[in-house]
Design a protein around this ligand. Sequence first.
Ligand SMILES: *Cc1c(COP(=O)(O)O)cnc(C)c1O
Length: 341
Amino acid sequence: MEKKNIDWANLGFGYMETDKRFVSNFKDGKWDDGVLTEDSKVVISECAGVLQYAQTIFEGLKAYTTEDGKIVCFRPDLNASRLADSARRLEMPVFSEDRFVEAVVDTVKANIGYVPPYGSGATLYIRPYMFGSNPVIGVKPADEYQFRIFCTPVGPYFKGGAKPITIKVSDFDRAAPHGTGHIKAGLNYAMSLHAIVTAHQEGFDENMYLDAATRTKVEETGGANFLFVTKDGKVVTPKSNSILPSITRRSLMVVAKDILGLEVEEREVYFDEVKDFAECGLCGTAAVISPVGKIYDHGKEICFPSGMEEMGPVTKKLYDTLTGIQMGRIEGPEGWIKVIQ
Ligand SMILES: *Cc1c(COP(=O)(O)O)cnc(C)c1O
């Protein structure tokens, strides 16, 4: 398939309909084989479980072109297992993890002309998701589900360099202890919208959520995990049962320890210690790492020594190494890169 005529470098992060998407239905206790279809519309009952009680989960990953011209994606097996964990927590049927990876590959292949070229900074964002599709009015899990994967080309996350952002300590909570913070459910995002709109109105880029029970420990932002670097170069990430296990963050911790030889710690991080860190970054598929320059906490500011102009040195090394592995410039651990074509 020929490359589509798209201005890759100037794409934003928005939805663009592509040629094909994958659809599989769960009915009478089993998943069908699934098909690739040109039909981008979802037709479900007005009373579908997803519409009434938000029974929906999703994943996010990207396909891109490496330096040597291969089209690949990064650790899709972890998206498969995380979707399965999300499904179990919301009483949804598990979609086979192997079939998930195959379906991702098939969907990308069917839209290969939308995979941006190497060096453009753009990627093909892949969105797998599942929802309860049959009518549910008394509160209970749906009996029928749809699993779909669409993809959409998205532009470079950082246009003209990764500028540090400013975040605020939120007065809202993201996730309750023993709740659903550790799964990728739409409901966690619905309840975060008011908090992020408020933060933006106040001039901040993101929210830092604290643990809901004691409000003393750092959790994450609405859609990215924290990494901190201590003044003596140790990489620290918060540990909590209500944090979404970011694949980017888990990969960065492996890079820090096994490739860069840094000391790493996954542990509870008290907000009181944040002022003593040298660097701070947000990890997620979209940006890999967004550097944080400043944290605003009810009239007080924490300004990291790395400043508001560029990524801190350790954050930069982590970023360069992981993106190097993703782009095929650096050899990474076995199994991290799934070649599509
Ligand atoms: C998806 C997500 C992340 C980032 O996870 P990645 O697998 O690295 O993309 C972090 N926090 C939340 C709440 C998320 O939904």
